[in-house]
Design a binder for this molecule. Structure first.
Ligand SMILES: Cc1cc2nc3c(=O)[nH]c(=O)nc-3n(C[C@H](O)[C@H](O)[C@H](O)COP(=O)(O)O)c2cc1C
Length: 376
């Protein structure tokens, strides 16, 4: 019987399905709901020391749907980090710990480019008993105007410096959440890991413009007639997320001897989606928009789907298939070489009359073909 239980950076998880930072982890009540429904861990909505600087607008989401079934596959948000006061969060994190002593809470934090502020937020949040941290270097909108979020994640040097500050203060595992809005996510992964972070999470949302209303000629989501580019998520981003997770996994394999962790994020809605991220090197998977579409209960089907995938392939635990499919990536030149070799072998077989499938049998070369298949 396969098991979903897994231990990542010393944190024991009942399963690898984690609530991704965003509305589904935005206060203690909803975090509790996630534990009640069976999620393996919750990454809370990103918090900062001074919430008064965080002012959200509405509407702040825009969605793309398929023509016929109207299913949502693309989701833009221009939401900021949590606008709830830091002290309220500290109380709620403590209450969560009391109510769910085994519940794994990862605190997503973000601060301005000041060493003291980063150390303060790590120390004060750590005192509540959280299991780990996720450093948000990746929100693509709003916060970069204050040189936070993706503005830091897009500068590997700054990110490495900030990770170093955090690692000097953190006593629990730290994951750096990377932005996909860069030329090389591998460079970001290497920067964070070489500063000592135990793991990385990828990806945050992809900077986008959802569309322009052809009646009003205004881009969406429209706030008082105006907008800003936002972050794109949901199933449409999954292929891009898979590619970036693969690149992060290769950094961990090649530069850190496989000794760091990876949390895969982006468009995951089923256990089969999740299995693909693990096959490409993820230890855990995070779901944010999927929960906003389907509700917290979707984790039950995800777990069942993952378990049946594992049973089919006789995998007993997550580590049995983590990173398995990375070996099938190669260079284009190698693909060409392999294809030429395979064509040459087929041609040589045909010439020698070698039967490789039953349709190869020919009446006038039947005896020769029989001979070619005989061992003596
Ligand atoms: C409405 C919304 C709010 C989000 N807020 C945060 C946030 O506060 N911090 C963060 O690190 N990521 C945030 N994210 C990004 C998600 O955690 C996730 O990285 C991204 O949406 C891709 O995964 P998904 O397709 O499962 O949503 C947010 C995403 C959405 C849709």
């Amino acid at each position: 019987m396969p098991t979903l239980e897994t231990t990542v950076d010393g944190i024991r998880l009942p399963n690898p399905f984690i609530i991704g930072s965003g509305p589904p982890g935005t206060n203690a009540n909803v975090c509790g709901k996630a534990f009640d429904e069976g999620w393996g861990a919750v990454v809370i909505k990103t918090i900062s020391l001074d919430s008064t600087k965080v002012v959200n607008v509405a509407p702040r989401y825009a969605r793309l749907r398929t023509d016929k079934s109207r299913e949502i596959f693309g989701w833009q948000n221009i939401e900021l980090i949590s606008d709830r006061p830091f002290n309220v969060w500290l109380d709620e994190l403590k209450r969560l710990k009391d109510k769910y002593p085994d519940g794994v809470v990862i605190a997503s934090v973000m601060e301005e480019y000041h060493k003291d502020r980063w150390i303060e937020i790590i120390q004060r949040v750590q005192a509540t008993g959280v299991a780990g941290f996720e450093l948000n270097f990746s929100c693509p909108h709003g916060l970069p105007e204050r040189k936070m979020g993706a503005a830091m994640g897009q500068d590997a040097g700054i990110m490495k410096e900030v990770c170093g500050w955090v690692m000097g203060a953190a006593k629990v595992p730290v994951w750096a959440k990377l932005t996909p809005n860069v030329t090389s996510i591998a460079a970001g992964a290497e920067a964070a890991l070489s500063a000592g972070c135990q793991g990385i999470s990828a990806i945050n949302t992809i900077l986008c413009v959802m569309g322009v209303d052809l009646e009003t000629l205004r881009p969406e989501p429209t706030v008082e007639g105006y907008t800003v580019p936002g972050g794109y998520s949901c199933t449409a981003v999954r292929p891009i997320a898979l590619r970036m997770v693969k690149e992060c996994a290769e950094v961990i394999r090649d530069k850190f001897a496989g000794g760091r962790s990876l949390s895969g994020i982006g468009g995951i809605e089923t256990g089969r989606d999740a299995a693909q991220f693990i096959l490409l090197g993820a230890d855990t998977v995070q779901v944010c928009t999927g929960v906003m579409k389907l509700g917290y209960g979707c984790v039950k089907a995800m777990k069942d789907e993952m378990l049946s995938f594992m049973a089919k392939h006789k995998f007993e635990q997550i580590s049995d298939f983590k990173g398995h499919s990375l070996r099938y990536f190669t260079t284009h030149a190698d693909l060409v070489r392999r294809q030429a070799e395979s064509k040459a072998t087929a041609a040589a077989n045909a010439k020698a009359g070698v039967v490789t499938k039953d349709t190869d049998w020919q009446g006038d070369t039947f005896v020769k073909q029989s001979d070619a298949l005989a061992s003596g």
